[in-house]
Design a protein around this ligand. Structure first.
Ligand SMILES: [Zn+2]
Ligand SMILES: [Zn+2]
Length: 691
């Protein structure tokens, strides 16, 4: 027993000395990593490779060099390099695993199999090795073995969506459609953003003659990608065969009763903010020919320009405002009996006789259009409603005129669930307030459309009365009139869900050199931060202890996620921008310190496409946007051609400013909302300001 322990201790000592002592002079390594991040891959390789060539090569050096090669589309060179390292070096599980994966990606399945077996043995059955062995078994048509391995992966790492994705594949191959359906549904349960599972699900439902469910899947795909050819076609062609109405299959969220609301303390002194309602993902006006509404009490519709009263109604009646059927330059007000009560050219304002605590319900507006979680819902709003006719957009523009602090009641829970720690909620309240005022006063993104902020992610999500909670109100009231400022003016206080462990700077993402948009490590122990390409990959394939690794509050996939993108699908998406022929590789060109891919080159047989805008990268690579640009990408080749790309990613959102999950983790660890804000926005101050 004792001898065994000593031997084990010695082995550990030996391993660590071997791995980290040799060739690990920190200065050139740090330099190599910064070269790698900047995209000087060959120069980085030149530093990593000497460690590989020795008679007893460094495992870390081998891993780093092989990753750089693979990312350049030089997988077969990586195979050779890793094979040489494994032959000459010690039994390092990571090295063995990397070799197995390199063989798998190359399509050398028997070699992949034996190396995964070895990696599983010396690495004590690590989930990713089991997954690799399962994927290999699946392709070698050893389905039962693949299933057994996948079951073990799922048991060890139940939140790993990839495990269920391959279970689905295996069940399909085994002709077990019901089980395959359940597996793909589990993928989406673990991560609703893994939309790549939906086409398989849709095809299976269709095959099983479950038409309503098939239609629903196609409708969901269409929602995130209206140009998706198959989804568009099927959404139309299956419509006639539906047994239920589309509304029953994806039910809109209906609000049947008005909610009594209390005014914010001191509301008489607050300013009014104009919020665009039911806007597109980019905060613009969606085509909309009619708006139906119900007010909680007696109301007046007046011309917004002249103030002239146009119509008068009672509470709880359904009124409609619509573009005149024969004249897009005018709109009409239709009373509950269906009679046209008045017409107008520019805009009307809905005012309630008693505005105290009364709300208006707008019927069936879309929300989060083009996002995986979007849909149709009623909207209940405080304040006044303005409806304007935009003949150029051929649409009605809805604007909510609401007291700033009360607007925040309807923002907070949409942006951060209000069961989160109070200090994090207070930080969020300050940011939401600052963001609103910054846009109203300084950046004015929607000036031309007549509102200060939109109600989507573009500005910040405003759910209205439906999402108000007691804790949201407390967080808003307790930070009343406090703003984040820099040099005396409101800061551009952008934020996002989850940074994955490290935020990025405005300069890195290409949004400008704003002093307080700096990349910060989001944990206590900065020694965890990756220092080499292999460490970055390991970081994204594991769950390090940082503030935003917050399973108690956030979904697991918000911190670490995976996606499988078929090369054929990527080709179809890319071809809408430019025809690149067959896609060969997706090559990282430039990464942030945190690892975000801020520029990529999509390489095709007929040309290349460089994508360097954050939202474009997320949209072009994923069916429905990727959660973030923080990922490593593995290319699987079959018959010498790229077949699939597997992404191991971290975080959700752009990564600049406050990491919301990190704020939650810091609050849990005892930080105040002021500490949290200073951490994410260095050099800013909290100030009251006339709002
Ligand atoms: Zn906006
Ligand atoms: Zn974070």
């Amino acid at each position: 027993m004792l001898a065994k322990r000593i031997a084990k201790g010695f082995l550990l000592f030996f391993l660590t000395t071997f791995l980290f002592a040799e060739d690990q002079n920190p200065a050139p390594l740090a330099h190599a990593y910064s070269l790698y991040l900047q995209g000087a891959h060959q120069q980085a390789l030149d530093i990593y490779q000497p460690a590989v060539k020795k008679s007893s090569p460094s495992a870390q050096g081998c891993l780093d060099a092989s990753i750089v090669l693979q990312e350049q589309g030089r997988n077969s060179e990586a195979v050779g390099l890793l094979d040489g390292c494994v032959r000459r070096a010690i039994a390092d599980p990571e090295l063995r695993s990397a070799l197995a994966w390199a063989y798998y990606h190359e399509g050398a399945l028997p070699k992949a199999r034996t190396n995964f077996e070895e990696a599983i043995k010396i690495g004590s059955r690590r989930p990713l090795d089991l997954l690799g062995a399962a994927q290999t078994a699946l392709e070698e048509k050893n389905y039962d073995q693949a299933q057994a391995l996948l079951a073990e992966v799922a048991e060890k790492q139940p939140r790993l969506a990839l495990a269920y994705y391959y279970q689905g594949k295996a069940y399909e191959a085994q002709e077990k459609p019901d089980e395959a359906i359940a597996a793909y549904q589990r993928v989406l349960k673990e991560d609703s953003h893994f939309v790549e599972a939906r086409p398989f699900l849709a095809a299976l439902f269709e095959r099983m003659k479950r038409v309503d469910e098939a239609w629903k899947q196609y409708a969901r795909i269409f929602q995130v990608d209206p140009k998706h050819v198959l989804a568009r076609e099927k959404k139309g062609s299956l419509l006639a065969a539906l047994t239920k109405q589309p509304d029953e299959i994806i039910p809109p969220k209906i609000i049947s009763k008005h909610t009594p609301v209390e005014r914010a303390p001191g509301w008489e002194k607050d300013s009014i903010i104009r919020v665009g309602i039911g806007t597109s993902a980019g905060g613009n006006v969606l085509p909309r020919k009619a708006v139906a509404f119900r007010a909680a009490g007696a109301f007046v519709l007046a011309d917004s320009v002249t103030g002239k009263e146009l119509a008068k109604g009672e509470g709880r009646e359904i009124w409609i405002i619509r573009v005149e059927p024969k004249n897009r330059y005018a709109a009409e007000i239709v009373d509950p009996k269906g009679k046209v009560a008045a017409t107008f050219k520019k805009s009307v304002r809905l005012k309630m006789a008693i505005s105290q605590g009364r709300t208006t319900i707008l019927s069936r507006l879309s929300y989060a259009p083009s996002y995986a979680w979007g849909g149709v819902a009623d909207r209940e709003l405080r304040g006044e409603i303005e409806i304007a006719l935009s003949p150029t957009e051929q649409s009605l523009v809805i604007i909510n005129l609401v007291n700033l602090e009360e607007y925040l009641y309807g923002v907070l829970n949409s942006e951060m669930p209000t069961n989160w720690p109070m200090e994090a909620l207070k930080a969020q309240a300050v940011l939401a307030r600052t963001q609103a005022v910054y846009r109203r006063k300084i950046s004015r993104p929607h000036k031309a459309l007549g509102y200060d902020v939109c109600d989507e992610q573009h500005c910040q999500v405003y759910g209205g009365v439906a999402v108000e909670t007691k804790r949201a109100k407390t967080a808003v009231d307790e930070t009343r009139a406090q703003f984040l400022t820099h040099k005396g003016s409101p800061a551009h206080s952008i934020f996002f869900s989850n940074c994955g462990g490290h935020t990025q700077s405005g300069r890195e993402i290409g949004w400008g050199n704003v002093a307080y948009w700096q990349g910060v490590f989001d944990g206590k122990d900065a020694t965890l931060e990756p220092q080499t390409p292999a460490q970055l990959k390991r970081w994204l394939q594991s769950e390090p202890a940082v503030y935003c690794n917050l399973p108690k509050y956030a979904g697991a996939a918000e911190f670490r996620w995976t996606r499988v993108v078929l090369a054929s699908d990527l080709e179809a998406r890319v071809s809408r921008k430019r025809n690149l022929g067959r896609i060969k590789n997706v090559i990282p060109l430039r990464r942030s310190r945190a690892g975000h891919m801020n520029a990529i080159r999509i390489q095709g047989t007929a040309g290349d496409l460089v994508v360097d805008r954050e939202h474009e990268t997320r949209r072009v690579l994923g069916l429905g946007a990727l959660r973030s640009t923080l990922f490593v990408i593995e290319t699987t080749y079959r018959d010498g051609k790229a077949y699939a790309f597997t992404l191991y990613g971290g975080g959700w959102g752009h990564g600049v400013g406050m990491c919301q999950a990190g704020a939650g983790g810091q609050a849990e660890a005892g930080a105040s909302y002021k500490d949290i804000l200073t951490h994410y926005y260095p050099g800013t101050a909290l100030r009251p300001e006339a709002n």
